[in-house]
Design a binder for this molecule. Structure first.
Ligand code: FAD
Length: 492
């Protein structure tokens, strides 16, 4: 695996891959050319006003320009429908966001993609996307005797493997078809009630052993292992091929030029009208049409709408008729985890390539090296789950990091709080205990002429970019059926 990207569950180190390895998936010749073309496409799309008919009427309206919405728009276009995309922010990408940190391209949200994630991997291949990996750490700091101790990278994986693997005993039985998570719903009824904390408790690990892995379960749950369903983690394990190595390796590659570049290529093929800075406030259904109102008061109509915003956001939109109670409760409970900040750090070179693995409850979560900088320093990324920690302040981050690596010097920092962001109100999706066997199936279903998309409600890699793409395909299929006047029920 590689530790260049990502979330705490994938926080173990990656010594297996060479540093700065670059993978070329299919050809890369289109890459340089596409950046310019796509930029032009985005610029013209963002300035587009109503549809060409001039009355705000489209074949389909897609709400949200993350990976789910853009996939849906592209697939609608492929079926001959003319889509409008309404996006709240002044950028596309949603919980992926390719940004700049002192001249270096970084991802403030999702970034890792893998061959075991077939939907996003197909997109990577389709657009000849160049992939890269980050640098590996030569030592890891794990909790020890009330403090932290460095552990050589080579010693880390065997111990983590022995701690993680028993957690998923039986997963081939209860998730035999990981893309159909409810295939053995009968075996999941009790298991799905467990939080990750419950499952840790069942393992009866020594305090030190537990401290090696509860930072990951706590982080994946958005700060506390009591929040996230154990089946969420177990499904990722199953999707990864039921092995520790498989699970770690999903964290290896990221698009070299950014997730934004991949998404722009997809958007270009959608040939959609895109309106940025257009948060949707109301969705009404009547007389065989959907009327969508944005904050400015402007109204757009279509026979069908794809709602591709995070589940956490559903509660901010007024629906007529109202959404059924399962949808409302899921949104109130929050599918995207609370309090996640992703941070990037410029660390002075003296401390070398280290990584941290604090236990659950630490203000600053795992921190990993990503690249060596021209001044000899290290570009590092990490996560924090304490909303009061100002991770964009290098002094604040340095003070927290020094509790683990005393001599570290943080030169600069950049952070994004996904919970504080009004258009996500949370980070990656992580279901609550009982949600999979409870309302999950219900909240995937279309309501009249509204179909739902988003990684949060994907069947497979929910909480990942792959899930967003998967759900975009499904939603487009459902929307086409509705637009054609047939039933959408069969599509999911
Ligand atoms: C810190 C972090 C790290 C992650 N790491 C990884 C990773 O390494 N690999 C991976 O595969 N996944 C990762 N993920 C998860 C991944 O980023 C998401 O699952 C995926 O991007 C979600 O895509 P989506 O299209 O479903 O939703 P979003 O990306 O959230 O898209 C929804 C869109 O809807 C828009 N919107 C919201 N409200 C409105 C409104 N009222 N009107 C109009 N538009 C609206 C939003 O602005 C947004 O553009 C990570 C997520 C986070 C937060």
């Amino acid at each position: 695996m590689n530790n260049s990207t990502n979330r705490p569950a994938r926080s173990a180190p990656a010594h297996a891959l060479p540093r700065r390895r670059v993978l070329k998936v299919a050809g890369t010749t289109a890459l340089a050319a596409s950046a310019g073309v796509v930029g032009a496409n985005l610029a013209s799309a963002s300035s587009s006003s109503d549809d060409s008919a001039g009355k705000g009427s489209y074949d389909a309206i897609v709400i949200g320009a993350g990976f789910a919405g853009v996939t849906a728009a592209r697939e609608l276009r492929a079926k001959g429908l003319r889509p409008l995309i309404l996006e709240a922010r002044n950028r596309i990408g949603g919980r992926t966001w390719t940004a700049d940190f002192n001249g270096v391209t970084v991802e403030m949200g999702g970034e890792a993609v893998d061959e075991k994630q077939p939907y996003v991997w197909n997109e990577v291949k389709r657009y000849s996307t160049e992939l890269a990996t980050g640098v590996g750490a030569d030592r890891y700091y794990f909790p020890k005797d009330g403090g932290f101790a460095p552990v050589p990278t080579a010693d880390v994986i065997p111990r983590l493997k022995s701690l993680f693997s028993p957690m998923f005993d039986g997963s081939k039985d209860y998730f035999p078809r990981p893309y159909e998570p409810l295939y053995r719903a009968d075996l999941l009824q009790d298991l799905d009630k467990l939080s990750m904390r419950d499952r840790l408790n069942q393992l009866r690990l020594s305090p030190e052993d537990e401290s090696w892995i509860n930072g990951a379960t706590g982080g994946l749950s958005g700060g506390s292992s009591t929040r996230g369903a154990f089946t969420m983690l177990a499904q990722s394990w199953a999707l990864s091929g039921y092995t520790f190595e498989g699970y770690l390796s999903i964290n290896t590659y990221h698009p070299k030029l950014g997730t934004g570049q991949l998404l722009q290529n997809m958007l270009k093929d959608a040939a959609a009208d895109l309106r940025l800075a257009s948060p949707v406030t109301r969705i009404e259904q009547s007389n065989g049409r959907v009327r969508v109102t944005i904050r400015s008061g402007q109204v757009f109509t279509a026979p069908v709408a794809v709602l591709a915003v995070p589940v956490n956001i559903w509660k901010t939109i007024s629906f007529s008729p109202a959404l059924p109670s399962e949808y409302q409760s899921a949104s109130k409970a929050g599918m995207g985890v609370p309090n996640v900040q992703k941070l990037w750090l410029h660390v002075k070179g003296d401390t070398g390539l280290f990584a941290t693995n604090p236990a659950e409850g630490t203000r600053l979560g795992a921190v990993r090296p990503h690249a060596t900088l021209p001044d000899g320093g290290t570009l590092m990324f990490g996560f924090a789950y304490d909303p009061t920690l100002d991770c964009s302040d290098p002094a604040v981050v340095q003070s927290e990091l020094r509790k683990i690596v005393p001599e570290v010097e943080v030169v600069a920092a950049k952070a994004q709080s996904w919970a504080a962001d009004p258009f996500s109100q949370g980070g990656w999706a992580c279901r609550h205990p009982g949600e999979l066997t409870g309302p999950f199936r219900a909240i995937q279903q279309p309501q009249g002429r509204i179909v739902f998309a988003g990684s949060d409600i994907a069947n497979g890699w929910s909480g990942y970019i792959d899930g967003a793409v998967e759900s975009g395909f499904t939603a487009a299929k459902q929307a086409v059926a509705i637009a054609a006047g047939t039933t959408a029920a069969a599509a999911r």
